[in-house]
Design a protein around this ligand. Structure first.
Ligand code: DP6
Length: 362
């Protein structure tokens, strides 16, 4: 598929009004997307676990205008309250996707959105938020053009979501999603996410992710700025190559259920992501002392118990604690006994691998 395949024929008849509601999950990258080219093209391929509990629910209501407007017309409500400060993000998203959805200026949209996780938890809602909105827009496209297949529907939703936020391309389907071109995977694309096409051992289909909320405040440097700092970064080329190699390495690990191999790649990816930030110019650190304390505790626990618990990080201070279903009891006990003390107000969120977005009744 190329960009051209995602352009909707503007001649088709448009529905007058309607409403669609979608719940889209967050995701946690195992191999990280860090660095991008123009038009939200990733500098390297990434792969993530789709989550289940952490999600955004968005109701998109649309009403046809008498004539096409000069500009986009929409109101945005977050958790029931009008939120004009989120509007610029949606505005620039609409601008990026209008060539693929030419009906955007034919409607007034009312967008009601809410997250299952607390707003100021340090958990980014851009992936789940952009995914839920893109699915709502695709539901309108399906009314206009009912002939599209479910595969096309989901692929274009991922394609649109990517243009809102790169990692959002991985928040449409489950359970393991790869985004970005990689030589070993013929179907892989820089334009949209793909359900990982190779064998995945059952141990990875019921993995848990407990998110330890180390720092709930706004982060000092956004991901978008961080990606940009990979331009001219002294270690960029080596890092992008490493992501390709790690994805190749993960293939066998995922197929065989090799937990030790999994830990090695996943933790290395997390620390490499943060070392890229520390080696950027200007340099910065998003981890907090408690992030490091938790990592050390996890390593010590693994050493003494032989557990397969491991961690990953996104672009922030929170720690994602990953573990297989059969270690659920001991790891939860460990978190309560030894890690909760490092969480802001003792807060953490229990999540697990999920199956992707769902359409809900309005
Ligand atoms: C560290 O998708 O948030 O979480 O495309 O600029 O919106 P934009 O960035 P974003 O970057 C996510 C970075 C990451 C790694 C990952 O999810 O792969």
């Amino acid at each position: 598929m190329t960009e051209k395949d995602f352009v909707l024929n503007a001649e088709l008849e448009l529905p007058k009004q309607g409403s669609y509601k979608w719940k889209a999950p967050s995701n946690i990258a195992l191999i990280k997307y860090w660095g991008k080219k123009p038009n939200q093209i990733p500098a390297n391929p990434s792969i993530s676990f789709t989550l289940d509990a952490c999600a955004t629910t968005t109701t998109l209501t649309f009403k046809k205008l008498d004539k096409k407007a000069q500009d986009y017309s929409f109101d945005l409500y977050f958790e029931g309250k009008k939120h004009d400060d989120f509007k610029p993000k949606i505005y620039s998203f609409f601008k990026r996707i209008e060539c693929y959805l030419p009906f955007l200026r034919d409607y007034h949209f009312t967008i009601h959105t809410s997250n299952s996780f607390p707003h100021s938890s340090g958990i980014a809602s851009s992936a789940s938020g952009m995914a839920a909105l893109s699915l709502g827009l695709m539901s309108i496209e399906r009314e206009v053009n009912p002939k599209i297949t479910i595969e096309y529907f989901l692929q274009k939703a991922s394609f649109l979501a990517r243009l809102g936020s790169g990692s959002a391309s991985r928040s449409i389907e489950g359970e393991l999603i790869q985004w970005g071109r990689h030589n070993d995977i013929t179907e892989s694309s820089d334009l949209y996410g793909l359900t990982y096409p190779y064998k995945v051992h059952s141990v990875f289909k019921s993995y848990h992710d407990t998110i330890l909320l180390v720092h709930k405040g706004q982060k000092t440097v956004s991901s978008t700025v961080g990606h940009d700092l990979m331009h001219g970064h002294p270690f960029a080329t080596a890092r992008f190559e490493q992501a390709h190699e790690n994805l190749t390495g993960l293939q066998d690990i995922l197929a065989k259920g090799d937990l030790k191999g999994f830990i090695k790649i996943v933790e290395s990816e997390a620390l490499t992501l943060h070392s890229m930030m520390m080696a950027s110019l200007p340099y910065y650190i998003l981890m907090k002392p408690n992030t490091l304390a938790i990592i050390e505790k996890i390593w010590a626990f693994r050493e003494t118990t032989g557990s397969h618990v491991c961690f990953t990080l996104d672009a922030g201070a929170n720690v994602h604690v990953l573990y297989p279903e059969k270690e659920k009891e001991i790891v939860i006990q460990f978190i309560q006994d030894e890690l909760v003390a490092y969480c802001e107000s003792g807060h953490y969120i229990c999540d697990r691998i999920g199956k992707g977005a769902k359409q809900l009744k309005v």
